[in-house]
Design a protein around this ligand. Structure first.
Ligand SMILES: O=C(O)CCC(=O)C(=O)O
Ligand SMILES: [Fe+2]
Length: 198
């Protein structure tokens, strides 16, 4: 099991550099407001059905998949073609990370009731480590992550407006993450996860 120090001497959260890189204000406030507004107004958001313990439910958030090809083998719906804004963001993210992506999943959390449950992501080309670049606009929300084998090892990072979080290395293998519901009043947040799909 990998170990790392998560807090410095002043109890500030230290991110393990080989697993995560966080860049607050990767986009300016003005850019972020413009992107949030554009996506809220123009994306054809979908709420997909998920089956949990034989019960059909709707995901507690809205989604849209853009890119060059379908998101997964078991979900062959055609992707929505790239938009001008998404290509702008993609190119800035690719320049910063040096990674090329071929799809982006947009998640729209309408308020504090919207969420994503504990999971890890695995949709990369087999044999490569999953690298996902996550861009957030709007309401800051806590991104919780916990060790798969020891749930007590749990940390939280607030993903701010206009921020970039790069998830890499063995993060998806040993850790899972979520955006929990919140009882506080929360405004809209849109998150973009850039991915490499086969
Ligand atoms: O909204 C987020 O920050 C995380 C979204 C996520 O985990 C995912 O799309 O797989
Ligand atoms: Fe995820």
């Amino acid at each position: 099991m990998e170990q790392f120090k998560l807090f410095d001497d002043r109890e500030h959260l230290l991110l393990p550099e080989h697993l995560m890189e966080y860049v607050p204000g990767f986009f300016t406030k003005m850019e972020s407001e413009r992107y949030l507004k554009t996506f809220l107004e123009t994306v054809s958001w979908q709420q997909t059905k998920i089956t949990i313990y034989d019960k059909e439910m709707l995901t507690p958030r809205l989604c849209a998949w853009f890119g060059d090809r379908p998101i997964r083998q078991d979900d062959m719906r055609p992707p929505i073609p790239w938009t001008e804004e998404l290509l702008e963001i993609k190119s800035k993210v690719e320049n910063h990370t040096g990674i090329r992506f071929n799809g982006v999943l947009l998640n729209y959390y309408r308020d504090g009731n919207d969420s994503v449950a504990w999971h890890s992501d695995k949709d990369t080309i087999v044999g490569l480590k999953t690298e996902i670049a996550s861009v957030s606009f709007g309401q800051p929300r806590n991104f919780d992550f916990r060790n798969k084998e020891n749930h007590k090892q749990q940390y939280s990072l607030e993903l701010g407006n206009g921020s970039l979080l790069l998830m890499k290395g063995d993060l998806q293998k040993y850790w899972e993450h979520r955006i929990a519901k919140s009882s506080k009043t929360m405004k809209a947040r849109i998150n973009l996860t850039f991915r490499k799909v086969a």
